[in-house]
Design a binder for this molecule. Structure first.
Ligand SMILES: Nc1ncnc2c1ncn2[C@@H]1O[C@H](COP(=O)(O)OP(=O)(O)OP(=O)(O)OP(=O)(O)OC[C@H]2O[C@@H](n3cnc4c(N)ncnc43)[C@H](O)[C@@H]2O)[C@@H](O)[C@H]1O
Length: 271
């Protein structure tokens, strides 16, 4: 049995299928772990969701910012960005089933046998494993509620709070978790989230530090797998912090990591 972790798919379904063919992926015995941002800019968002849903227990997914945004688009809370290719998905006969499947997916997945934690953007350095799981579960529970659109999705589009406060409650607490687990890249010296800078580390604004360069208990004891930050192009300079978004939707390539062999297999974006 093999565990394969794939970076941001962003609707690049043809590239995903080519990658899986390269490793002879067999859902009867292997697992595909996807870091989120399953949909958006590629032309195969509908096929991507149908395929991952069809894998049932052989697919493990964490939600990304684009996946949460899709919930808002489907709920007519936001208008689609013309740069995204979501019209086919939003018009599909089975879109409601796919959306219901998507909102059952968590913000964190763990593989205890390998000491691996997967999230879309990363894990806040202030958190231990219990906090990570508790906070992510609170968001998942809110997404499963019947009124999730009004009670959560409509209210998530804010950069506040940007700093972890263990005493916060309710919506602000959920918002911090969403912002940290699905949108984080750089942090300010006090550990607060920066939302402005998406640049590679060599070009970053002064005073900002990538979240994974802060000391953290989780990093000491686990391999952290994430996506979200295409400008990193897979480079963190830390063996146990794996950045898997290598910008397929931006014309670069998709990366699949084989956890047992530590091999990375890539597929260039098709023309
Ligand atoms: N709570 C919430 N609050 C607010 N919004 C929420 C939200 N939840 C969901 N959303 C939604 O999230 C969506 C995305 O937000 P954005 O953050 O605006 O989208 P993006 O710039 O395209 O970032 P993306 O997430 O795709 O990251 P990537 O690294 O690939 O790309 C980032 C940049 O890196 C650049 N880049 C890519 N590869 C690079 C490379 N190799 N080198 C340098 N730059 C590169 C790209 O050009 C791109 O500009 C929006 O639709 C927004 O509405």
């Amino acid at each position: 049995m093999a565990h394969y972790f794939v970076g941001d798919i962003q609707g690049c379904f043809d590239e995903l299928k080519l990658l899986l063919a390269k490793v002879d992926f067999n859902p009867a015995k292997d697992e595909l772990w996807a870091v989120g941002d399953l949909v958006a800019r590629g032309h195969g968002s509908l096929q991507t969701l149908r395929y991952l849903k069809s894998l049932e227990g052989s697919a493990k997914v964490t939600l990304g910012n684009h996946d949460l945004h899709l919930l808002a688009l489907h709920g007519k809370l936001k208008r689609a960005n013309p740069k995204d290719n979501l019209a086919e998905l939003l018009a599909a006969d089975d879109v409601s089933n796919l959306i219901d499947w998507l909102r059952q997916q968590p913000l964190v997945q763990t593989l205890p046998s390998h000491n691996i934690i997967m999230t879309h953007a990363g894990v806040p350095p202030q958190w231990d494993l219990t906090t990570l799981q508790t906070e992510a579960l609170a968001v998942s529970n809110a997404l499963k509620e019947n009124d999730y659109l009004n009670s959560l999705i409509a209210k998530m589009y804010t950069e506040a709070p940007d700093l972890w406060d263990s005493k916060s409650k309710g919506l602000p607490r959920l918002r911090y978790c969403i912002n940290a687990l699905t949108r984080m890249r750089y942090l300010h010296p006090d550990g607060s989230l920066d939302f402005g800078c998406k640049k590679p580390i060599k070009d970053k604004n002064s005073g900002l530090t990538p979240w994974f360069e802060f000391d953290s208990e989780l990093k000491d004891n686990h391999t952290l797998v994430f996506g979200h930050w295409a400008a990193l192009m897979g480079v963190t300079q830390q063996d146990n912090v794996l950045a898997l978004d290598t910008g397929c939707c931006w014309g670069e390539y998709m990366t699949l990591w084989h956890a047992e062999t530590n091999e990375k297999i890539i597929q260039q974006k098709l023309k």
